[in-house]
Design a protein around this ligand. Structure first.
Ligand code: CMC
Length: 429
């Protein structure tokens, strides 16, 4: 008997099966041979919410939730956040290696030369209501881009794929900037290609009457680091959506609109918005114990805490805490930070959180920084979506090249009524 195998005995039949183990995993399809008879479909696994199912092999991001480790293409997140900018990291995530000087220059050139949006897109965005949620505008506009680039449906063409990837990475800050200006009733600011990726983003958000917008270097760098930290996170909810939608072979704009919609939810990228609402609602450090009592009774969640994979401090949250200090030196201290720090300190001593291994995640401190930078709370999920674009697209591309992948189509256990005969309306109860 092979050592790397699992012996399964079916007590219904007394038969034994040997299932190969590789990478600590058995293949769900290997269970299908376990049957009680020829009519039997075979054993399936039941795993709502993918609690214990690897849906793919991936070489992009490594995460060890117990140890609090996060690496992109093998590089620890701490090193990338300290030594790189987002353009280098996005190249790394997409291509697998950090760029050399020539590759970097070409990459920056390619991205900056796709930052402009078609004027019709600008007009399209002007039709949103003045109080439209920025994430709703983001999702719809990304989807609308597919109508501008019909060649994007040719997803088997690597060159065309690369152009769509560059377009999306380049245009998402412009979409975000336009949506912000729209809600403020301000004229749109066109991209300034002489600025860095985060610097240009700040320009499109905050430029007023000055001839040339000069981003504050501390805020520009802080944003670069935040973008690095959000660039990818293996098979999270929105990435899983990107892969699932992409597996139908739809164009990347449509798939990414779906991924962004998944991100919008309050349990995922919408959590940073919820954290700020929660901190504002708590209002004062004195109210923290009463708030935590409610959480412990199951009357609400401590937003920005907990993670499906991290059962230790989220390494991104540690870095963000440091970034916050730099930002506050420029913007002044966000008073909500005191509530957040106290909340964390009390929660980490409480048995409820310790026993469930609930620690601050990436969303706990990011919103406090964004707010200090002058961004409205509703805009925070967009700040997650911009840098995650490269993660979604890299995972999508990896999925397309993976011969083991097919259209994503889970099974179900049917729990409805058995076959019955149609009843005309006058015979129905
Ligand atoms: N506050 C209070 N209790 C919590 C929290 C929380 N934030 N998170 C989990 N729990 C409890 C949960 O009620 C459950 O308790 P019990 O065992 O008594 O039923 C236990 O901890 C296990 O939680 P779970 O819901 O089974 O865990 P999950 O892996 O399904 O959910 C999560 C992960 C992130 C959705 C969840 O922790 C949560 O809702 N957190 C708040 C929202 C949030 O901050 N989301 C951002 C995630 S990080 C950024 C990203 O990748 O999107």
């Amino acid at each position: 008997m092979a050592k790397d195998s699992l012996t399964v005995k079916d007590n219904r039949t007394g038969k034994e099966y040997e299932l190969p183990i590789s990478d600590g995993t058995i293949k769900a399809m290997d269970l299908r041979q376990i049957k009680t008879g020829a009519e039997d479909f075979g054993i399936m696994t039941y795993d709502p919410a993918f609690m214990n199912t690897a849906s793919t092999k991936s070489a992009i991001t490594y995460l060890d939730g117990d140890k609090g480790i996060l690496r992109y293409r093998g590089y620890p997140i701490e090193q990338l956040a300290e030594k790189c900018n987002y353009m280098e990291v996005s190249y790394l995530i997409l291509y697998g290696e950090l760029p050399n000087k020539a590759q970097y220059d070409q990459w920056v050139f390619d991205i900056t030369h796709h930052t402009i949006l078609h004027e019709n897109i600008r007009h399209f965005m002007q039709n949103f209501r003045y109080d439209a949620h920025p994430m709703g505008m983001f999702i719809s506009t990304v989807a609308a881009l597919s109508t501008f680039y019909p060649e994007a449906t040719k997803i088997a063409d690597k060159e065309l794929r690369t152009i769509q990837i560059q377009r999306l990475i380049a245009k998402v800050p412009t979409i975000a900037g336009f949506s912000y200006r729209h809600t403020r009733g301000l004229p749109h600011v066109y991209p300034d290609n002489a600025l860095s990726y985060p610097g240009n983003f700040l320009n499109m958000m905050f430029k007023f009457t000055e001839l040339r917008y000069e981003p504050n270097p501390v805020l520009e760098r802080a944003l670069d680091v935040l973008f690095i930290l959000h660039a990818d996170h293996e098979q999270n909810c929105s990435t899983n959506a990107m892969r699932a939608i992409g597996s139908s072979k739809v164009d990347p704009y449509s798939a990414m609109a779906g991924a962004a919609a998944a991100l919008y939810g309050p349990l995922h990228g919408g959590a940073n918005e919820e954290v700020l609402k929660m901190l504002a609602q708590i209002g004062d450090v004195k109210s923290i114990p009463a708030f935590l009592d409610k959480v412990k009774k199951g009357e609400g969640k401590l937003m920005g805490f907990g993670h499906r994979v991290y059962k230790n401090y989220d390494p991104r949250a540690k870095i963000i805490k440091k970034v916050a200090e730099d930002v506050f030196k420029v913007t002044g201290r966000n008073p909500l930070l005191d509530i957040a720090l106290e909340l964390e300190s009390i929660a980490l001593k409480e048995d409820y959180f310790i026993s469930r291994k609930l620690y601050p995640n990436v969303d706990f401190y990011s919103g406090i920084i964004y707010q200090a930078m002058g961004l409205p709370v509703s805009f925070f999920p967009v700040m997650f979506a911009i840098p995650r674009t490269v993660g979604w697209l890299s995972q999508w591309q990896e999925m397309l090249g993976d011969e083991e992948q097919k259209i994503a189509r889970p099974r179900q256990i049917y729990t409805g009524v058995d076959e019955r005969d149609f009843a005309p309306m006058d015979k129905r109860k």
